[in-house]
Design a protein around this ligand. Sequence first.
Ligand SMILES: Nc1nc2c(ncn2[C@@H]2O[C@H](COP(=O)(O)OP(=O)(O)OP(=O)(O)O)[C@@H](O)[C@H]2O)c(=O)[nH]1
Ligand SMILES: [Mg+2]
Length: 490
Amino acid sequence: MALIDETRTVLGHAARLYAPTPVSDRLAALVERLDAPVTVAVAGRVKSGKSTLLNALVGERLAPTGTGECTRIVTWYRDGHTCRVDAYPRGAPPRPVGFARRGGALSIDIGPDPPDALDRLVVTWPSQALRLTTLIDTPGIGSLTESASRRTWDLLTVDDTDAAPADAVLYLMKHLHPGDVEFLRAFQDVEVSRPSPVNALGILSRADEIAAGRPDAMASARRIATRLSRDPAVRRVVQAVLPVAGLLAETAATLTEAEVGHLRQVAALEPAEAEELLLTADRFVSRCPDLNLTPADRLALLDRFGLFGVRVCVARLRRGPAPTAGELAGELTELSGLGELRSVLASLFLGRSDVLKCRSALIAVNAIVRAVPVPGGERLAAEVEQRLASTHAFTELRLLAAVRAGTIAGKPDVVAELERLVGGSGTAARLRLGLPGDSGEGEIRRTAHEVLSRWRRRAENPLTPYELSLASRVAVRSCEGILAALPSGR
Ligand SMILES: Nc1nc2c(ncn2[C@@H]2O[C@H](COP(=O)(O)OP(=O)(O)OP(=O)(O)O)[C@@H](O)[C@H]2O)c(=O)[nH]1
Ligand SMILES: [Mg+2]
């Protein structure tokens, strides 16, 4: 039986045990989530650029950025046929709330309720991006109000009050802060693994501001992110760290001809004059009265592009041939790191979305059984434990976490191959086998057989250290899985 059907069966058992109790609705919501897209929460410290990055991923300015009360409310963004926003007050049924588009950005009117009275907002919006992933924007950790921080915490951790954590999380860090690693460690669940970097990705955010927005800012950010990705303390809690300039990506996705027109005016200045003007944000707003842009126009450009973005665009517009707005947007997206983030998200999270969804559903059932004991609950808990322990996809996740935590000793190339085989770079057969993207079925089959025999020998060799031999058996099963999934014959 497929993992998702097995999980549905477990949820069915739970629903029968708990019907009719206040827990029933929570269980029904878990069943619904199995059929919905994987949920990815965007978390991190205050003003780390969470909402801006979420907008870049959706390609529209839906999440409020900067200030405002809505930044303090956990907000779900999900795909749907019509646009609507619902508020979920604590302890009361949900109700629709008003919203409008202002200057391209969505503005939500939550009505008379203070933000603290709301558990969450749910924005339903027709969107190609949201069809694959439901995104959750969260208040910053270390928010001005303790309760806003608390809500993010509740969403990411499994405790007695909240039984449906996000399936995966993007954790934004402007600079790595000791509290960041502590925070990440705390939300890792104990049922599948501790710590578990399998469902968390680190983002070095606002990457354009690194190196004070100099032309090589993104290259510097990439170097820092690579260094962080190799740091054992960081690897223990996130899969990898990627540099992303969310503002550039958001602006690229929503770029207007008027904005390109304004940038062209700056690009038309004498090079020395433009360079002088773009030295600081203050100069850009106040100097060079000949430039036919009001201070408000200039502030708007800074707001949308940042100083680095304005510099990059001006330099690009000066280099001929002049790009169209669409071409400029494409180049900015590429530079922002969003393209790479999308492909990593696809291979690491979307590629195993069923596994991640089932994992969070089973963990949630476990939390419910612990928090609300009922007759027969122990048998259900044992069933959940048994599935978490015996399902190969979860064993791979556990092994991945162990490899990342450095607990599997072995030659670096052997450990790296092990990590890849169990899905550390993505779950597609080619990625597991380290083959190029254009490899055909024959090559995949041949390589999988070779790799399988090598790992079988390693598993059976009495000289292989104990941990590695256990891990080798998991790798053998992963290879068998690759072969079993190939069309038979030929
Ligand atoms: N230069 C630059 N500025 C950014 C970037 N991302 C966000 N910002 C700016 O940083 C400020 C905060 O951005 P938000 O996206 O609201 O950050 P947040 O983490 O959602 O903030 P809170 O929800 O209030 O914690 C805004 O003024 C953004 O324009 C970026 O990649 N580069
Ligand atoms: Mg925000």
